[in-house]
Design a protein. Structure first.
Length: 438
């Protein structure tokens, strides 16, 4: 099986190494754009998780898991030597954190932005071959990809992880580095903190090109001094690669006013990017106006569940709490949903927004500058700021009662999806773009 992994299916054809969260449906959906191309595609999975066993992409696993042998998986911490490396990695994890601190402290206290290198030994070095970082360096130097694409910049995603490795192991001449920014979460809050400017500018200048899903990120980066030519000509594009309209069966979709009175709340968690407690409060405010209805809560975290249990019984008995479900399950749920409830503090152009519009679900979102570039209030969506329960309750009440609004919006919204997020149109653009880089 190991030999099968090493042997590229298309010898001599372009080699692309993705670095990101293998458990993320966003990661897999983007890479799936290349499923029918003659390109040699691999993913270096960050330690936080693994992809499903039936996913087609050859993947390096660094989570320490030991599943059954698969021809398209390479478990970098399996076997006696791998298990030893994994244990040592855990023992020196505090040192890896110190390395991150060294990077951060450098950029916070220096005006230099593009010439920092970790020493090859001593304080600040990445220890031996025990770490996922060291394993990534081995993969790159041995496989020699033409393109290295990192998915996400911060918050445990690919960009910062690879940047450390790139500097520590002097990989600047190994492949062209593409950064794919994650909506608004990578830059929106950090752009207000001068301490982050050095590291952001250094990474954006160091890479070959940048892919993003919104023009606000482009404007911010150019104001930071990043040449606009750094942004891939295909930008902006949805981080999932868009919605497959061909499998929707649009003529079979029920108008939203005729559907079950289901409200889908996909962000039932607390994070820097969205807050759940104001949404729970809005349900109490709006309940008498929106009942009867059913609420589906996705990605529910323990903290939010605790507050949910404090809701009145008459609300709780009409709610279904779900953990993280597959993208396919979400899309199936969309077919019978009336309203998407997705207020947030920080977002690019949410993929869930495109998906809801494609399926005729009426969106309630926050009036963020990224979102406002493609939709208008009362035409496509209703706006409600994330921290204002009364605004959310008001929007929810109207969306659950105004059949004319939501049915007319469904007709307009599918046109937006066709224009900005049609996967059938996006796929050849992305494939041609990759070929142009080789």
């Amino acid at each position: 099986m190991a030999v099968a992994f090493k042997r590229d299916p298309y010898p001599g054809k372009p080699k692309i190494l993705f670095i990101g969260l293998a458990e993320s449906t966003h990661t897999r959906s983007w890479i799936d754009l290349l499923s029918n191309t003659e390109m040699n595609v691999r993913l270096f999975a960050l330690p936080s998780g693994d992809p499903p066993d039936d996913w087609w992409v050859r993947t390096y696993i660094t989570s320490g898991s030991h599943r059954k042998k698969l021809g398209n998986r390479k478990y970098l911490f399996s076997g006696i030597r791998g298990m030893f490396d994994y244990v040592v990695n855990k023992l020196i994890n505090k040192r890896i954190i110190q390395i991150d601190d060294n990077f951060n402290n450098y950029f916070m206290n220096s005006n230099q932005s593009n010439d920092f290198e970790l020493s090859s030994s001593g304080r600040g070095s990445l220890p031996g071959h025990f770490t996922p970082e060291a394993k990534l360096a081995q993969v790159i130097t041995r496989w020699r990809p033409d393109i290295i694409q990192t998915l996400g910049l911060f918050d445990g995603q690919g960009g910062w992880f690879y940047y450390k490795v790139r500097k520590a192991y002097h990989l600047e001449n190994h492949g062209k580095w593409l950064i794919q920014l994650r909506g608004g979460s990578d830059l929106t809050l950090r752009k207000h903190d001068p301490a982050n400017m050095g590291v952001i500018r250094s990474m954006l200048m160091d890479c070959h090109q940048i892919i993003t899903d919104n023009r606000i990120n482009i404007a911010f980066a150019t104001n930071l001094g990043i040449p606009e030519r750094k942004f891939a000509p295909i930008s902006p594009l949805p981080g999932t690669g868009g919605v497959d309209l061909g499998v929707l069966g649009l003529s079979d979709l029920i108008p939203p006013s005729k559907r079950e009175r289901i409200v889908l709340w996909p962000k039932a968690y607390e994070s820097p990017w969205s807050k759940a407690l104001p949404v729970l409060e809005s349900l109490k405010i709006a309940w008498q106006s929106i009942f009867p209805c059913e609420i589906r809560l996705l990605a529910v975290t323990p903290e939010v569940k605790s507050w949910f249990l404090a809701l009145p019984q008459q609300i709780r008995q009409h709610c279904t709490l779900l953990d993280r479900i597959t993208r396919e399950e979400v899309l199936e749920l969309m077919k019978k949903t009336r309203v998407l409830l997705a207020p947030s503090l920080v977002d690019g152009i949410p993929n869930i927004l495109y998906e809801a519009m494609a399926y005729g679900v009426f969106p309630i979102v926050s009036p963020l500058e990224t979102i406002c570039t493609i939709v208008e209030k009362d035409e496509n969506v209703l706006f409600a700021r994330n921290l204002y329960p009364e605004e959310i309750a008001s929007a929810l009440t109207r969306a659950m009662s105004d059949d004319k609004l939501i049915d007319e919006a469904a007709v307009r919204n599918i046109k937006i999806v066709r224009r900005f997020a049609d996967r059938k149109q996006i796929a050849p653009l992305v494939i041609d773009y990759y070929h142009s880089l080789i």
